[in-house]
Design a protein around this ligand. Structure first.
Ligand code: NAD
Ligand code: IPM
Ligand code: MN
Length: 350
């Protein structure tokens, strides 16, 4: 018998609610196929914070943590909250306090035309960034003093080992290479720890071709030829940068998906699906944002829940829609967010 799944939906800010609205029918669709699924939509975000002063109350956090199986998240970030404190208290808190160590950000371009690189075909690129999702400079320990400012980047062995183990395991499963992005030539302490853990795990996963690359050189190599890369492991900060570069290989920010997950499953809620893009204040309210990244993120969540057939159906509905020319303005088309959502859903099996 199917296990009853409870999801939390947090549309958030800007275009978040616009792209989330388009994937809610996917939840209905999964239910129509016999999946036992319920979900609750939560108001957390800038508007709620400005109206009530609340970001994510403790009882709401505990309910998300202990009584849900996953979160669908739109985006966070609003010019009316310039210090971004609600983003810290909402998205960064969920990533950290749910111990969602792995932020998996796949780059599997669908159309050759989306790749801005000469001589590279979409089918030849299959990269997954495994970004550590809770530490580095995102520990948010810093100071602003007169004429001096600091941001501490904290890296701990348990989180780094978890991230690297998950990255090695994925590379082993795919039979592909693993590249560690680092700057241990400068960040001797923090990235020194990453290199040590990497060497340790390399011995355990001797079948995986693995190497470390300085992150600056890695970016150059990725643009020159992304085809040799399989899994790329990186700390939180480098992973953030690398994943946006890879979004450009998929057609742009509107297409790139991600799933944050906890390989060690410390809590019932061990996954949060969110597109790589942000709240895009420049597009908010226009009805033109691309929901594709949100769809592909939902597919990653379905896979995490063990709903493999549903995950594959969503990914292939997206691919078919794009191949048939469905496109929002960012992809050179004229479809609205709603029309794009409908164009994708039209290819879902009954
Ligand atoms: P952004 O990703 O919001 O936007 C960057 C560019 O990509 C903009 O030109 C935008 O119009 C475009 N874009 C983004 N999503 C798109 C979509 N679905 N369809 C079409 N075009 C899209 O990044 P930013 O401008 O650097 O940040 C805006 C706000 O979002 C900030 O507050 C930032 O902190 C926040 N942010 C949040 C997340 C998140 O919630 N996970 C991620 C990134 C940025
Ligand atoms: C992302 C975003 C976030 C990050 C911001 C909104 C804090 O850029 O999800 O990639 O830096 O992780
Ligand atoms: Mn980012």
């Amino acid at each position: 018998m199917d296990v009853a799944i409870r999801l939390a939906v947090i549309p958030g800010d800007g275009i978040g609610p616009e792209v989330v609205r388009e994937v809610l029918p996917l939840l209905e669709w999964a239910r129509g196929r016999g999946r036992e699924l319920t979900w609750e939509i939560h108001p957390w975000g800038a508007t709620h914070f400005l109206a009530t002063g609340k970001i994510l109350p403790e009882d709401a956090f505990i309910e998300l943590r202990d009584q849900t199986d996953g979160i669908l998240f739109g985006a966070v970030g609003d010019p009316r909250v310039p210090d971004g404190r609600h983003a810290e208290g909402l998205l960064l808190r969920l990533r950290r306090d749910l111990e969602l160590t792995v932020n998996e950000r796949p780059c599997r371009p669908i159309l050759d035309a989306h790749l801005p690189l000469k001589g590279v075909r979409a089918a030849e690129v299959a990269i997954e960034v495994f970004r550590e999702n809770t530490e580095g400079p995102y520990c948010l320990k810093g100071t602003t003093e007169p004429h001096r400012a600091t941001d501490l980047a904290e890296h701990t062995e348990p989180a780094v080992r978890r991230l690297l183990e998950a990255a090695f395991a994925r590379a082993a499963e795919r039979g592909c290479s693993l590249t560690l992005a680092h700057k241990a030539n400068v960040l001797k302490h923090g990235h020194g720890l990453w290199l040590r853990m990497f060497q340790e795990l390399r011995a355990a996963f001797h079948q995986v071709p693995a190497r470390g690359l300085h992150a600056d050189a890695l970016l150059c190599a990725l643009v020159q030829d992304p085809r040799p890369f399989g899994v790329i492991a990186a700390d939180n900060y480098l992973g953030d940068l690398i994943s946006d570069l890879l979004a450009a290989f998929q057609g742009g920010m509107g297409v790139a998906p991600s799933l944050s997950w906890a390989p060690h499953r410390p809590f019932r809620c061990a996954a949060l699906a969110e597109p790589v893009h942000g709240s895009a204040p420049d597009l908010a309210g226009c009805g033109t944002a691309n929901p594709t990244g949100m769809y592909l993120s939902a597919a990653l969540l379905f896979r995490h829940l063990g709903w493999i057939a549903e995950a594959e159906s969503v990914a292939s509905a997206v691919a078919t829609a794009l191949r048939q020319g469905a496109a929002t303005a960012d992809l050179g088309g004229t479809l609205s967010t709603r029309e794009m959502g409908a164009a994708i859903r039209a290819h879902l099996p009954a």
